[in-house]
Design a protein around this ligand. Structure first.
Ligand code: PDD
Length: 275
């Protein structure tokens, strides 16, 4: 596959970054993951807006104007034969002598890669998840490449034969290790509000919109651990999972133990929106 590194398109295997890159040394950078369906970027403006927000929140000057980002990403898509792909974009504070404070006059490192994307199918069986305390920092709205908390939490899911770890902070649901979470209680869909405790997922926002447009009640309000544990349905959303049904939470059955009716509608609405 072809990658993009600092102004150049080249085979991924030839893309090299100096060991003193602050991304490698400090995790000092941000990233974005954008799906491509049939050669076309999905929610391009929303993803680029979130990229701009992440850069601003870490005081990193945006290396490109939005139109340039779009042009570069579309060129990368074409180099990788269109179709369905996942575009990964990473910007770090660049290469500098190792000292914590920001270097002066350092050029950011910009890396973009493409990987093949197999869109998920509509499943008939739900996934298992576990819950853990949210041990991460208080700036989870930044799409930081420093993901050690998320990595450790997701690994716990894998070690427990589960798909994802759902995180609880101070008695309230935040999100998954790499997903946002929705719950259905008595026909009403709830998802935690956007604040510093969660990543503002693009899939989340699309789902809130399509539910609203379909007159399905959906509230962006805090969800307590008790509500999570008594939910009729639980869903995960992300670029790669789209919207996935959960039927087991910490080895307890969720709702009827089958994929939910509201989830099924939500899945269909999301597929229609993607077209
Ligand atoms: N993860 N929350 C976290 C912590 C995430 O890392 C992600 C995405 C999401 C969902 O966001 P979106 O709908 O925009 O994909 C929520 C990406 C896909 C990743 O790290 O690979």
């Amino acid at each position: 596959t072809i990658a993009y590194l600092n102004g150049e398109f080249l085979p991924l295997a030839d893309a090299k970054i100096p060991v003193l890159d602050r991304g490698f040394i400090f995790g000092d950078g941000i990233y974005e993951v954008i799906p491509v369906y049939h050669g076309k970027l999905f929610q391009a403006q929303e993803h680029l807006q979130r990229l701009e927000n992440s850069l601003e929140k870490i005081n990193l000057v945006n290396p490109y104007a939005r139109a340039t980002w779009l042009e570069l990403i579309n060129t990368l898509i074409a180099h990788n034969q269109g179709g369905s792909q996942i575009i990964y974009v990473q910007v770090t504070r660049g290469v500098a002598k190792r000292q914590h404070h920001f270097p002066e006059n350092t050029t950011p490192t910009v890396l973009m890669t493409s990987s093949p994307f197999t869109e998920p199918n509509k499943v008939t069986e739900g996934y298992h998840v576990i819950t853990r305390p949210d041990i991460r920092w208080l700036n989870c709205d930044i799409k930081s490449i420093a993901l050690l908390g998320n990595v450790l939490l997701r690994q716990e899911a894998i070690a427990n034969q589960a798909k994802e770890t759902i995180l609880i902070r101070d008695g309230y649901l935040t999100e998954g290790a790499a997903t946002n979470v929705f719950v259905v209680l008595q026909g009403i869909v709830f998802t935690p509000p956007k604040n510093n405790l969660i990543l503002p997922g693009i899939t989340r926002d699309v789902l809130v919109k399509v539910l609203h447009d379909a007159n399905i009640p959906c509230q962006e309000t805090a969800v307590s651990e008790a509500q999570l544990r008594t939910a009729d349905e639980i869903w995960l959303t992300s670029t790669s999972l789209e919207v996935a049904p959960i039927t087991r939470l910490d080895n307890q059955i969720v709702g009827t133990g089958k994929v939910g009716a509201v989830w099924s509608t939500a899945w269909d609405l999301l597929q229609r929106y993607k077209q």
